[in-house]
Design a protein around this ligand. Structure first.
Ligand SMILES: [Zn+2]
Length: 72
């Protein structure tokens, strides 16, 4: 029994609080994301593997599956 992997995450920009729901790639990590609100480029926080783990409400698929980051 495994928990279904969630493939969408709502990213909230730390600069302008703009929220956008994005589909996460299952085979790659997303290092850069351009905010649709303020156009600034978001990058993962130290220790996080991708922008979804830092700013999203759902961890990225590799973390959901095995608890390890996509870049580990
Ligand atoms: Zn923003």
């Amino acid at each position: 029994m495994s928990t279904p992997v969630v493939l969408t995450s709502t990213l909230v920009c730390p600069h302008c609080r703009h929220a956008a729901t994005e589909t996460m790639p299952t085979d790659a990590c997303l290092w850069f994301y351009n905010c649709l609100g303020c156009r600034r480029q978001l990058r993962p926080l130290p220790g996080d593997c991708c922008v979804f783990c830092s700013y999203g409400d759902t961890a990225c698929p590799p973390v959901q599956v095995d608890g390890k980051g996509c870049c580990g």
